[in-house]
Design a protein around this ligand. Structure first.
Ligand SMILES: CC(=O)OC[C@H](N)C(=O)O
Length: 264
């Protein structure tokens, strides 16, 4: 094939006229500035608000190519929601500081905890998801996923004072509902019982009621699965049906330990 033919064939197969990867980079720049404007004392909100709006307008230009779904007007509503989101995030940070014996200060939580970062970006993205801003909320939570290993779909509903400790490998599906004061550990999956395209718009992921703790690598599946309030789900548990409030659910592994002396 000559060079001209190669170029023509690539052009023919480069099929998505609206696919601009700049959207991803710009979403990440917006997310960084938003996060710092909310928490970093050296990034004042009053000075950065016009820049945030400018960046948001660019995202609206890049992401809202469907003329029927214009989205630049979303900024004003989004701005109105930011103080309440920040209040919720401060509650999350406090819950982490209060619950984790390893945390030495609240500053450490904001600066170092991947669980806090993932929840922060999720809450900021969820507000845009609610307003049906296309693509950007998913790019935001995927940005957090890349940095933390925590995959929270922006469609999930998460209540107050949510604590994810250690964080890596956590997956929270689009239709999961998590009530208040829930704690989860690394590797927990709140997932669908099975995956089929025609299940879009149906509740596929579990509901976790108030004050539930879910330890590492537990997997809880299904849209009708409800983990009752105050329950404790032990590490590695595999649950596909509901448990009543105040339950303790433990996976019972059969591990045999032999020493050299009695090993025949
Ligand atoms: C988290 C999870 O189960 O994902 C499976 C699929 N993406 C869905 O949303 O149903």
């Amino acid at each position: 094939m000559d060079t001209r033919t190669i170029i023509d064939k690539i052009k023919q197969n480069k099929k998505q006229p609206n696919l601009r990867f700049r959207l991803k980079r710009e979403t990440e720049a917006f997310t960084d500035l938003l996060f710092l404007s909310l928490f970093d004392i050296e990034t004042p909100i009053d000075k950065n608000l016009p820049l945030l709006q400018e960046k948001f307008d660019l995202l609206a230009d890049l992401a809202c190519w469907d003329p029927e779904k214009a989205c630049s007007s979303i900024w004003e509503d989004y701005l109105q929601a930011l103080p309440e989101i920040l209040e919720k995030l401060n509650l999350d940070a406090q819950a982490i500081a209060d619950c984790d014996p390893a945390s030495l200060s609240i500053e450490e939580v904001y600066l170092a905890y991947p669980g806090f970062y993932a929840i922060a970006i999720y809450r900021l993205a969820h507000e845009l998801y609610k307003k049906k801003f296309p693509l950007v909320p998913r790019l935001m939570t995927e940005y957090a996923h890349r940095q933390t290993g925590v995959d929270i779909n922006p469609g999930a509903h998460i209540g107050k004072s949510f604590f994810i400790d250690h964080a890596t490998g956590v997956v929270i599906g689009e239709t999961a509902v998590i009530h208040d004061h829930v704690k989860i550990y690394q590797g927990v999956t709140l997932g669908a019982l099975y995956v089929a395209k025609n299940l879009s718009d149906t509740k596929r992921h579990p509901t976790i009621e108030n004050n539930v703790t879910i330890y590492a690598n537990a997997t809880i599946l299904g849209g009708e699965t409800v983990i009752g309030a105050n329950s404790i789900i032990g590490g590695n548990a595999w649950l596909t049906s509901s448990v009543p409030p105040n339950s303790k659910v433990y996976h019972n592994p059969e591990i045999e330990i032999r020493t050299h002396q009695n090993d025949k």
